[in-house]
Design a protein around this ligand. Structure first.
Ligand SMILES: Cc1ncc(COP(=O)(O)O)c(C=O)c1O
Length: 383
């Protein structure tokens, strides 16, 4: 039999999240690795889902998503960001942000195009580049500040560059890029006629009064940007897989062409429930942010006693910690922690192609109950 695997997938490594979660289950470890809450989202959203199930919202949704959810997305973009989107044409509901990213990259990249990723990167960007036949080109955000470096970014652009992927707030570093850093990207996108794929799934997970800057609000960027977000992150319901893309005109048409055949339509009752959620965003957000900020502080303070040096995140539910000088690399350390200390973490070197910096750090997730966090911190002391 011929080789059953295509060249397209041969360079894609198994996901580190699956590997670490399997080890966590095997060793009955406390899981500070994979990025999802170990507590439930709001019960009033669950009630809205049940209500939708019971009122016959159970057949296919329209391909771009139910109107009410698209209106709710357009509504909060107007209220919070003063961005005007046409809910009819510009917003597409997808099977999580994951499908948004996949559909956008398949739709907008041709084989041979180059795509700039900032490393450490969220792993699906790299895999999607390869699936689209495009070439990922990585630019490092150097620890511990993880700032966008204008000259390194400019040097990575070639005549084949087609897209820059920005993730803000940034997984895994917790950085929220400043207006100046985002302007660097926008200037280059304008100058070299590039598209920007802006992954803003953590747009509401922001701390210390920092405000999120949607990339599409930068001068000239509305027409060049495909924005991706996810109700799974906003409402702590990652299992429902309801995300969306926002893009103008032909960009949106292109994304819908892939979405039509990759997924077609996303589960209908969940869309009704998430529309209800987004309609209550202003009332919901203060407590949501306060809860996560408290968890961030609990972990950050708790780690002061340990040999790990935590880097305070401004957003997301991730925290990077630096390993003590002279320790083993991150993969060995994470493997030892899960097998011996029974605490699972993510080794971030898998999110880099160029730099070795990931080898001296670990990524922790604090979307966990206080009890899980305390137990995890106890197991990380003197590691
Ligand atoms: C940066 C980033 N983008 C996208 C996703 C995927 O989101 P979803 O669960 O909505 O598919 C995640 C999930 O961890 C993420 O961290």
């Amino acid at each position: 039999m011929k080789d059953t695997q295509t060249r397209r997938i041969s360079a894609i490594e198994p996901s580190i999240f699956a590997t670490m979660s399997q080890l966590a289950i095997k060793h009955k470890a406390v899981n500070l690795g994979q990025g999802f809450p170990d507590f439930d989202g709001p019960s009033w959203i669950v009630d809205a889902f049940v209500e939708a199930l019971r009122t016959a919202k159970n057949q296919y949704a329209p391909m771009p998503g139910i109107q009410r959810l698209r209106n709710a997305v357009a509504g909060y973009h107007k209220t919070f960001y003063d961005l005007d989107w046409n809910a009819e044409t510009d917003i597409t509901v997808t099977a999580g942000a994951t499908e948004s990213l996949f559909s956008a990259m398949l739709a907008l990249l041709d084989p041979g195009d180059e795509v700039i990723l900032f490393e450490p990167y969220y792993d699906s960007y790299y895999a999607n580049c390869l699936l689209a036949g495009a070439a990922p080109v990585c630019v490092t955000l150097h620890a511990p500040e993880f700032r966008i470096d204008a000259s390194e970014l400019a040097a990575a652009i070639t005549p084949r560059t087609r897209m820059i992927i920005v993730n803000n707030p940034h997984n895994p570093t917790g950085r929220m890029f400043s207006r100046d850093e985002l302007d660097i990207v926008a200037d280059l996108a304008r100058r070299h006629d590039l598209l920007v794929l802006s992954d803003e799934v953590y747009e509401f997970l922001t701390f210390d009064g920092n405000t999120h800057i949607p990339f599409a609000t930068l001068p000239g960027m509305r027409e060049r940007t495909v924005t991706v977000s996810s109700t799974g992150k906003t409402f702590g319901m990652t299992g429902w897989k309801i995300g969306y893309t926002i893009a103008a005109g032909r960009l949106s048409d292109a994304v819908r062409t892939v979405h039509q055949f990759a997924t077609f339509a996303v589960n209908t009752p969940g869309q009704h429930a998430m529309a209800h959620g987004l309609e209550q965003l202003s009332e919901y957000l203060p407590e949501f942010r306060a809860t996560y900020q408290r968890k961030r502080d609990l972990l950050f303070e708790g780690l002061r006693e340990s040999t790990l040096r935590a880097i305070l995140p401004q957003g997301t539910y991730f925290m990077m910690v630096r390993l003590p000088e002279g320790s083993e690399g991150d993969v060995d350390c994470a493997t030892r922690l899960v097998t011996e200390r029974r605490v699972a973490v993510i080794p971030p070197s898998v999110f880099y192609q160029n730099s070795e910096e990931g080898r001296s750090m670990l990524r922790l997730c604090f979307a966990k109950t206080d009890e899980t966090l305390r137990e995890g911190m106890a197991r990380l002391q003197d590691c």
